[in-house]
Ligand binder design. Structure first.
Ligand SMILES: Cc1ncc(COP(=O)(O)O)c(C=O)c1O
Length: 409
């Protein structure tokens, strides 16, 4: 269904080869896990393997030089996309998890220092801090989410004190899609002398993120949630903080001259990129950024809200279906999580796939403490992106109605 003035979904779908031929009727709503990839990203990666499959940053021959140039260009594109002041503030990682670990393990916190997070953290921003608690004796405080599902700024202020050295939070969470008032959090944290790291895995694919405007110290993203290659992530860090960070992985490519006794680290970001890199992934990352930039982040966010509002109103009308708060779609971006009374979320997901080729995610979504605290087994999660249409939303809701009418207890 084409709605004038809105995202031209028909046009966008032509860029995604999965929709050609037999798979036209796939309804892919698992975008918070991984998005689909446009031809331009796949082709950029293929070009690396087919035309210049060499090593960047080391050899000096023509193929290697081309790789180095492409890597530099990709870094510049990411820097500009995120509003970083310079490309050197961008380090490539193998995913968002690695970026978050790089900071938590490398930031030299000491016994007694406090890290403030939320009860909505993905395991990737929970387990590394838990490890630091166990190995280094850091302390942790959690900002709990009230029943409204919206971030509790007052609870956050109460959690702050002078011994807080790091505030590490999910920018938009991956269960309900709710966000935090990032600018305000950064400002308050800095007043207390604490650094701020944001997990942007579910934010950067959906809205304009400007790290300079946010004044955030570290920002981690996941490229496979924003049209990019699997196994690619990015860490942004302010240069003065990157210089203080211990690399997670050390070795060739991350050091200048070494002796038997001493190794001198290269300046950021090279010191964090030791070992041969995923060059195809980095180049594909640049192509994904190009695609998103062409489409426009504002346009993407608007489109998702239109889809989510329609999906929300349709699901709200189905008996025995409950939507996880916040209730308003505009507070959940591209995510709609729900449960069908008396059914496990895995059963809901499997049946939707079976009866309608509707693909969603189910379970606890790597945020176990959140569900355990609420005695929930998990939830079914639909997440929308640029190629999803209102027509697909209607089919999704009709299939949920069918599932709820036949199987709900
Ligand atoms: C909020 C959030 N943080 C971190 C991650 C981990 O991302 P990655 O798979 O790139 O390590 C995810 C993945 O689902 C996520 O949703």
């Amino acid at each position: 269904m084409f709605v004038p003035g809105h995202m031209d979904v028909e046009r966008v779908r032509m860029d995604f080869p999965i929709y050609s031929g037999e798979n036209k009727d796939y309804i892919y709503l698992d975008n918070a896990c991984q998005t689909l990839r446009p031809t331009s990203v796949v082709e950029a990666m293929a070009r690396y393997y087919l035309e210049y499959p060499a090593c960047g940053g080391r050899s000096v021959h023509r193929l290697a030089t081309q790789v180095s140039i492409e890597v530099d260009e990709a870094r510049e594109k990411v820097a500009s996309f995120l509003g970083a002041k310079r490309p050197e503030e961008i380090a490539f990682t193998k995913n968002c998890t690695e970026a978050l670990n790089l900071v938590s393990k490398g930031c030299k916190l000491k016994k007694g220092d406090v890290v403030v997070t939320t009860d909505f953290e993905h395991n990737s921003n929970h387990v590394p801090w838990l490890q630091m608690q166990q190995s280094k004796g850091i302390r942790r405080r959690f900002v709990l989410t009230p029943p409204s599902g919206l971030f509790d700024v007052e609870a956050f202020k109460k959690a702050m004190s002078r011994d807080v050295k790091m505030v590490s939070m999910v920018h938009c969470n991956n269960i309900t899609g709710a966000g935090i008032p990032a600018r305000e959090i950064v400002e308050i944290s800095h007043d207390y002398g604490a650094l701020v790291m944001l997990d942007g895995a579910q934010a950067a694919p959906h809205k304009k993120v400007d790290v300079s405007n946010l004044d955030v110290d570290f920002y981690a993203i996941s490229m496979h949630k924003m049209l990019g290659p699997s196994g690619m992530g990015v860490l942004f860090g302010k240069m003065e903080h990157l210089k203080e960070l211990e690399p997670l992985v050390a070795g060739g490519g991350g050091v200048s001259l070494t002796t038997q006794e001493k190794a001198e680290l290269l300046p950021p970001p090279e010191r964090f990129e030791a070992g041969l890199q995923n060059y195809a992934g980095i180049i594909g990352t640049g192509a994904a950024i190009d695609y998103l930039t062409r489409l426009g982040m504002q346009e993407i966010g608007n489109h998702e809200i239109i889809l989510n509002e329609r999906a929300t109103s349709l699901l709200q009308a189905i008996p025995n279906v409950s939507i996880l708060a916040p209730s308003e779609a505009k507070n959940r971006g591209s995510i709609l999580s729900f449960n069908v009374k008396g059914m496990s979320s895995h059963d809901v997901a499997m049946i939707l796939d079976e009866i309608g080729k509707v693909m969603i995610r189910s379970g606890m979504h790597c945020v176990h403490p959140y569900f355990l605290a609420r005695q929930l087994e998990g939830c079914a999660r639909a997440s929308f992106y640029i190629y999803n249409s209102l027509e697909e939303v209607e089919i999704f809701a009709a299939k949920v109605l069918e599932v709820a009418s036949k199987f709900s207890m």
